[in-house]
Design a protein around this ligand. Structure first.
Ligand SMILES: Nc1ncnc2c1ncn2[C@@H]1O[C@H](COP(=O)(O)OP(=O)(O)OP(=O)(O)O)[C@@H](O)[C@H]1O
Ligand SMILES: O=C(O)c1ccc[n+]([C@@H]2O[C@H](COP(=O)([O-])O)[C@@H](O)[C@H]2O)c1
Length: 195
């Protein structure tokens, strides 16, 4: 089964992520998209990083009505920070019947050569890249690169966290279920949430 892996901190998941994932299911040969919640991105140190279980819960709330989407906590039990090559190796062993494809925005592509074992990733895994505003998607070293057109939405988790801190509404930037849970639990209101 051809399965797209959408890696991210998802702090929190937002409509930008979801529209891209749905677009990929609709417009490519992917049969499933898995949201891989990374406990700790090697390149991001965030005081506002919500506990990974809470982020996973928000992802599950966001995708519960969509067939073809799955959230995975696979990185929770792998060493931190979360290196994508380690996750890919683990997933391949655990799910031999799946053919995994990396999904990434052209912004991530620009840093890819700095990732752990970048060469192995670029030589061995199919990568589906969609454009992000301001980031050209040129990366000829990737052996199996597919460039996709996708809706451009300038939504970021950073902006969502800032809006919550300022007491402003994030309606429509996240699904209603996610909005309700963020409000109910008081996420992102404090500068240093409990981990
Ligand atoms: N608006 C968006 N449209 C399409 N892809 C996005 C969007 N926002 C983030 N992504 C992509 O989703 C993946 C996971 O992103 P991540 O969880 O870091 O979200 P983020 O909104 O970029 O977070 P932050 O603002 O905290 O850095 C990355 O590959 C990123 O490029
Ligand atoms: O493997 C690496 O070296 C590596 C370096 C940077 C980022 N990643 C992963 O890429 C995913 C998306 O990153 P980001 O910065 O767009 O949130 C996230 O899940 C990270 O764990 C992975």
């Amino acid at each position: 089964m051809k399965t797209g892996l959408y890696f991210g901190s998802f702090n929190p998941i937002h409509t930008g992520h979801l529209i891209i994932a749905q677009h990929l299911l609709n417009e490519t040969d992917l049969q499933q998209v898995w949201f891989v919640v990374s406990p700790q991105n090697p390149f991001k140190q965030q005081k506002t990083l919500l506990n990974e279980y809470d982020r996973l819960y928000l992802v599950n709330l966001a995708i519960q009505k969509t067939s073809g989407f799955k959230a995975t906590d696979i990185e929770f039990n792998l060493p931190k920070p979360s290196y994508t090559i380690d996750t890919l190796t683990y997933l391949e062993e655990k799910y031999p019947q799946h053919e995994f494809v990396l999904i990434m925005g052209s912004d991530s592509l620009q840093n890819l050569d700095k990732w752990k074992n970048a060469e192995t990733i670029m030589q061995n895994y199919p990568v589906y890249v969609y454009d992000r505003p301001g980031f050209p998607a040129d990366q000829p070293e990737i052996k199996q690169l597919t460039r996709l057109k996708a809706p451009l939405l300038e939504i970021s988790a950073t902006h969502i966290r800032e809006l919550v801190q300022q007491g402003k509404s994030i309606r429509y930037l996240v699904p209603d279920e996610v909005l309700d849970e963020i409000e109910k639990s008081g996420y992102y209101k404090l500068k240093n949430p409990a981990k």
